[in-house]
Design a protein around this ligand. Structure first.
Ligand code: C2O
Ligand code: CU
Length: 548
């Protein structure tokens, strides 16, 4: 195994990813940031210099389990103090599984300012994947807002609640093209300029007659997406670093925090280019589709395809999204069987609440607040007074709560309490969706677990039945993932082993929902965590532990 050493400078720069000029966060001048390339069991070292001038940061390595290094998970408030402006923080961790992963800022709503990228972990030399391809490419999909994350965060947390609204555009690998002249109010050329070469569409050049492995990750702030390549089928072979029993799609549904590998054959008419598009699903969005060019060599990479971009699926076609979720199974010959039973079941009802005049997202009517001292340090150094010791609820009022309607009483509370799990125990999580505070609206929430992969035991519609639904769990070939959607008015059941000593976030990956409290925290095996590096300290009550 090798060491992969990266030196990153993180700073704000003016950029026009969709032709609209705004401040974005770059890594070494780029957004998306550089791709981390490594092989299984390599050690990755990233020296992050925070040059954001007036803003803290922290970077999370999404999908990397951090076995033995829980302090380098990069989750501000949970595993470390924020990295102050001018400081350099060194992350060092082992990438122990091959696959497609992501990284992104994990401080406030900073991710959507552009601090993100992908991690590609290859198999060791001499080993091969259970599928064949000629070329390997990565792209990241996201959505894009023109307001700063500060404006958004302030609006979300004020009593005069300001929702962030729908994003202005969708980006494919950091590029989009807003139409500056038909935007709601025409934009001045110094703010939005369609002839700026910076916002020419992303073009992926492919050689005809080959098979491409396309690694697709989504880091949207809000949107659930459908991705397609005009006229081409895609065979899904990997999800969140695990091999999938192959299945074919025309549209790939992908939620924030998920990654997929698909195989695409370049076997269409090679005399032209094709569209690659993203469309918002699950919300009745005003955001125009994302566009990129699937460029058959030797056609010019900027040449527009001779066709209109294909339309996406209907935004409210929940069935198709459920069906894709159900189609994802572990690949034969690569099945890791889950334990047959669990030791504990935690039900998380996804609720929207009113707390002290502010709008919040919650589970079981409790919205999460970060304490002053990061949990990993507080628990390891026995500073239990730094957060609430009243355990959070493990369920809701099953008998009386109607998930299909708005509640008469939307009042909720906030808490910084965490779930403490027995080390090495098996835990089931039931994500239960419900109606939000708006009539006839139930949103899609992609939940992401740090430090683990979980088995996806099942998805269902309506209210989870604690007697009968577990009998239908897939214990034969469930896929393992780190991010999974809970569909509108539905439920999703997960199982994981609490076998990774540390403190781990579990949250909705929608940036505004996360910011509004849609998150919980798990601790397991804190007594097995090694000596904490002093670099993660410096805030709250940890100051005393920082060595010179
Ligand atoms: Cu990709 Cu805690 O997030
Ligand atoms: Cu959410």
């Amino acid at each position: 195994a090798r060491i992969r050493h990266y030196k990153w400078e993180v700073k704000y720069e003016y950029r026009s990813p969709d032709c609209y000029k705004k401040l974005v966060i770059t890594i070494n001048g780029r957004t998306p940031g550089p791709t981390i390339f490594a092989q299984q069991n390599d050690t990755v070292i990233v020296e992050v210099k925070n040059n954001l001038l007036t803003e803290n940061t922290a970077i999370h390595w999404h999908g990397i389990r951090q076995i033995g290094t829980p302090w380098f998970d990069g989750t501000e408030g949970v595993t470390q103090c924020p990295v102050l402006p001018g400081d350099t923080f060194v992350y060092k961790f082992v990438v122990d599984r091959p696959g497609t992963y992501l990284y992104h800022a994990h401080y406030g709503m900073q991710r959507e300012a552009g601090l993100y990228g992908s991690i590609r972990v290859a198999l060791p030399d001499g080993q091969s994947e259970p599928f064949a391809y000629d070329y390997d490419r990565s792209i990241i999909l996201n959505d894009w807002y023109h307001k700063s994350t500060y404006e958004q965060a302030a609006g979300l947390s004020s009593t005069d609640f300001q929702w962030v609204g729908e994003p202005q555009s969708l980006l494919i690998h950091g590029k989009g093209r807003l139409n500056c002249s038909t935007a709601n109010s025409p934009l001045k050329a110094d703010v939005c300029n369609n002839t700026n070469p910076e916002c020419s569409l992303y073009s992926m050049t492919v050689v005809p007659g080959k098979t491409y492995r396309l690694r697709i990750g989504s880091l949207t702030a809000l949107s659930a997406l459908s991705f397609q390549i005009e006229g081409h089928n895609m065979t899904v072979v990997e999800a969140d670093g695990h091999y999938v029993e192959p299945f074919v799609v025309k549209n790939l549904f992908i939620y924030s925090g998920e990654t997929y590998s698909v195989l695409v054959k370049t076997d269409k008419d090679p005399s032209r280019n094709y569209w690659a598009t993203t469309n918002v699903v699950s919300r009745n969005s005003t955001t125009p589709p994302g566009l990129a060019i699937f460029n058959y060599y030797p056609n010019h990479p900027r040449r527009s395809p001779p066709t209109f971009p294909p339309p996406g699926p209907l935004w409210n076609d929940v069935d198709s999204r459920f069906n894709q979720s159900l189609a994802i199974k572990a690949r034969k010959g690569h099945i890791h069987s889950p334990p047959a039973t669990s030791d504990r079941v935690i039900v998380l009802l996804n609720t929207q609440n009113e707390v002290n005049g502010t709008r919040r997202w919650s589970v079981n009517d409790v919205s999460f607040n970060l304490p002053h001292t990061p949990y990993l340090i507080a628990l390891k150094e026995n500073l239990l007074h730094t957060f609430s010791q009243t355990p959070p609820p493990e369920g809701y009022d099953f008998a009386n709560y109607n998930i299909s309607i708005e509640q008469e009483d939307n009042n909720g509370t906030t808490s910084d309490a965490i779930y403490r799990l027995q080390f090495d125990s098996t835990v089931d999580i039931i994500l239960q969706n419900a109606n939000s505070m708006v009539a006839e609206v139930s949103e899609t929430h992609p939940w992401h677990l740090h430090g683990h992969d979980f088995w996806v035991l099942g998805y269902g519609r309506g209210k989870f039945d604690r007697i009968n639904d577990p009998k239908k769990y897939n214990l034969v070939d469930p896929i393992m993932k780190n991010t999974v959607p809970v569909h509108p008015y539905g439920w999703t059941a997960l199982r994981f082993k609490a076998d990774n000593p540390g403190v781990w976030a579990f949250h909705c990956h929608i940036e505004s929902h996360f910011f509004m409290g849609m998150r919980v925290t798990f601790e397991e095996g804190i007594e097995r965590v090694g000596k904490l590096p002093s670099s993660i300290m410096g805030c709250g009550e940890t100051k005393h532990f920082r060595e010179p």
